[in-house]
Design a protein around this ligand. Structure first.
Ligand SMILES: [Zn+2]
Length: 256
């Protein structure tokens, strides 16, 4: 076999097209760091998605400075949400697809050896590298990319849930400080991004609550029965309801 293989310099002199592109004669191999880049990008995307999912689950479940039960429920919900990331599974083989399968197919289409790009001229064995000139098997969705994505998602789950819980705790701690600084209770505000649909409330009895889409959000006609809440403009949104609410409040204040 060694007798058939020609020195590289002779090959280049015989094929002027390849002499200008010495890189194409090299073996098919993904560059260093290609997999690390693909895995890193998948991890970052998944971690952000799962962080938002965790925060959303926490806000939907409700409760303030919750215990292990609600955290477990939020983690379980986040694991369910990770189903929406499985379409990314071919990207776990990004390096192999882009640097091995696609170039090999291109070489096979040009009548070149898929391994070294030497023209095989119909021979079954490449005279340059000694390997079979038949096209590489096509990329298939096998166990390898699935396993890779499973590990990436597991790591992204851990980071996303931990960051989500930390973010929710931080927001709740900030809300406690804000409510203590405010002397008028009940005190309320929306949760921080990305769960502005949920609202935290500090009641006069010193208890804290959090619920998604509270009463004042679901029912546009809702008005607070408590005069103190009415005074603070609670229950009216920032849109046309707010203007209406201010008008009502002014009308109510007039006779006094
Ligand atoms: Zn070859």
């Amino acid at each position: 076999m060694m007798g058939f293989s020609r020195p590289r310099a002779i090959v280049r002199s015989m094929d002027p097209a390849k002499a200008t592109q010495p890189a194409s004669v090299e073996q098919l191999r993904a560059p260093d760091g290609a997999n690390a880049f693909a895995f890193g990008a998948l991890f970052a995307l998944s971690a952000v998605f799962l962080f938002i999912s965790y925060c959303g689950a926490r806000a939907l479940i409700g409760g303030f400075e919750v215990g292990a039960g609600a955290i477990t429920a939020a983690v379980f919900s986040t694991a369910l949400a990770s189903i929406f990331l499985w379409w990314l599974v071919p990207f776990a083989d990004f390096a192999e697809i882009f640097w091995i399968h696609i170039p090999a197919d291109r070489r096979a289409g040009r009548g070149q050896c898929p391994h070294c790009a030497y023209p095989h001229e119909g021979r079954g064995t490449c005279t340059e590298c000694g390997r079979a000139t038949s096209p590489l098997p096509a990329w298939v969705l096998g166990a390898r990319p699935v396993k890779r994505l499973a590990w990436i998602l597991l790591a992204a789950m851990a980071v996303g849930c931990a960051a989500g819980e930390a973010w929710c705790r931080l927001d709740e701690a900030r809300f406690v400080n804000e409510s203590l600084a405010e002397r008028v209770h009940p005190f309320t505000r929306e949760r921080a991004f990305p769960t502005g649909f949920a609202r935290m409330t500090a009641l006069p009895d010193g208890s804290y609550h959090s619920e998604a889409w509270p009463e004042d959000r679901r029912d546009r006609a809702w008005q607070p029965s408590d005069p103190a809440r009415r005074e603070r403009g609670l229950g009216w949104g920032k849109s046309e309801d707010a203007i209406e609410g201010t008008a009502k409040k002014t009308a109510g204040d007039a006779p006094r």
